[in-house]
Design a protein around this ligand. Structure first.
Ligand code: HEC
Ligand code: HEC
Length: 207
């Protein structure tokens, strides 16, 4: 698709998604996969726990997106592209997540995206630790893991608001460079969902 027709397609889809969300009263799971519903759009769910879990499910569109999961894989090898194929060439996490001695991530991944080679970049480009793997997990499992200080780098729920809402490595997922679809919504919107989820008791969805 050309950029222009892609844009037109996106506008048509988002207009129809908006119409659907107005009819249903709240936008949970009704929005197209590249937008995020705001915490306010969940106020019609009276039960706080149900509302909290519903907001996490909305955030799940980001957490299960290939831009995040490719760097939070189950094994030692990251994944690439919207199809999440195994990283080529083969690279491993090494001892520090920055690659093996001979194949450091920074050999290829520069401080910023390198568009001529379509190589993503960031000064801290490295793979998420094993205990933070999301690949192949249900949203309920990811939720339990993300809340568990033993598996989330010792973070409190409040720290997650900062991390997801403002960390620049996480933020790369919304500016991934040509040929990669960005994570849904904006980073700020994702941060707002984490905030609202935390304030409503950080309840996990059942699946
Ligand atoms: C380039 C690789 C990379 C990408 C892309 C990436 N992460 Fe991570 N992520 C990491 C690394 C490395 C850590 C561990 C850093 C730390 O603990 O400070 C991490 C840790 C986390 C943590 C804290 C630990 C946990 O699992 O609870 C969260 C939350 C997180 N990432 C969210 C995201 C989200 C959301 C996205 C996509 C929008 C994303 N990450 C994309 C590499 C990545
Ligand atoms: C020999 C060069 C090279 C090395 C070393 C390398 N990469 Fe890559 N990586 C690439 C290239 C090129 C791409 C883009 C290819 C594509 O997406 O089709 C890429 C893409 C990625 C992506 C895909 C992002 C996305 O969502 O599409 C991730 C994740 C990634 N690399 C992580 C790593 C990590 C982590 C390391 C170190 C452990 C590493 N890479 C080491 C060359 C390399």
């Amino acid at each position: 698709m050309t950029m222009k027709s892609d844009m037109r397609f996106r506008i048509i889809v988002s207009v129809s998604a908006l119409a659907t969300s107005m009819l249903s009263g709240y936008a949970a799971s009704q929005t197209a996969s590249y937008t995020l519903a705001s915490p306010q759009s969940f106020t019609s769910i009276a039960d706080t726990e149900v509302r909290s879990a519903a907001m996490f499910t909305e955030l799940g569109k980001v957490l299960t997106h290939p831009r995040c999961v490719n760097c939070h894989p189950a094994g030692d090898r990251p994944r690439q592209g919207d199809e999440s194929r195994l990283h080529q060439p083969p690279v491993g996490r090494g001892l520090d997540g920055h690659g093996t001695n001979t194949m450091r991530c920074s050999i290829c991944h520069q401080k910023a995206n390198f568009e001529p080679g379509r190589v993503p970049g960031h000064p801290e480009w490295h793979i998420a630790p094993r205990e933070m793997a999301w690949e192949g997990k249900t949203l309920a499992e990811i939720c339990a893991q993300i809340k568990d200080p033993a598996r989330n780098g010792g973070r409190k729920v409040e720290d997650l608001i900062q991390h997801i809402g403002t960390d620049t490595l996480v933020g790369w997922a919304w500016q991934p460079g040509f040929g990669r679809s960005p994570a849904p919504g904006t980073q700020k919107e994702a941060g707002a969902l984490v905030d609202a989820w935390g304030k409503t008791g950080a309840v996990c969805p059942t699946r």
